[in-house]
Write a new protein. Structure first.
Length: 200
């Protein structure tokens, strides 16, 4: 990453989940981590109903919580940018942990840096593979059990799981239009405002 770097292509994969759930995006390097969190929520189709953290090595960024029972207090994600993680840790891979109960670990690989490019229209979703698991399904192991149950009519929990999750759930099929629209909406909201000059 150079002083002229303006954007980065990232590949984000949900760890320990089969079939693969992956999103590839281009984001500004100056994107605040609380906004990167919202970008990943939109790209994957999560509902933003749980706490989150980013971590690289021993350093963690997230939401400051006075009732934190997890033994550490993260750095405020609204006061750190993606480029800060890279500068401070040298990381080429970052982890994004969503929902401390289900512990969805998203592995973020920083794939390609872009210099002197516009950040208008960013973040941008380039690729989406695999459907996002249902919220509160029990993490990677709970998701595997859920898929087993809904795919096997003789499974003792087949009917309960089928009714509990989304109708006609296919883990291989992602409707790209929904996450793409959600990410595009964020890029529109965060678009830099143009200054207007008042006429005298």
């Amino acid at each position: 990453m150079s002083l002229n770097t303006t954007a980065v292509r990232i590949k984000v994969t949900l760890k320990d989940v089969k079939p693969e759930v992956m999103r590839r995006l281009v984001v500004p390097v100056t994107l605040r981590l609380d906004r990167l969190h919202l970008t990943l929520q939109a790209a994957f189709g999560w509902t933003n109903g749980h706490l989150f953290e980013f971590f690289a090595g021993e350093v963690r960024w997230g939401i400051l919580d006075p009732h934190n029972d997890y033994g550490h207090q993260p750095i405020d994600a609204s006061k750190a940018r993606l480029c800060d993680i890279v500068r401070e840790t040298g990381a080429k891979t970052i982890h994004y942990l969503y929902d401390f109960g289900d512990s969805w670990d998203h592995v973020i690989k920083l794939e390609k840096w872009f210099d002197n490019t516009t950040t208008e229209g960013l973040p941008l979703l380039l690729e989406a593979t695999g459907r996002c698991p249902p919220e509160d399904v029990g993490g990677a192991s709970g998701y595997a059990e859920y898929l087993d149950a809904i795919s096997d009519p003789t499974h003792p929990e087949h009917e309960q799981m089928r009714l509990w999750g989304p109708e006609q759930f296919d883990p291989n099929v992602v409707d790209r239009r929904a996450p793409e629209a959600a990410v595009n909406a964020l890029s529109e909201i965060w678009k830099p405002r143009r200054r207007t000059t008042r006429s005298k």
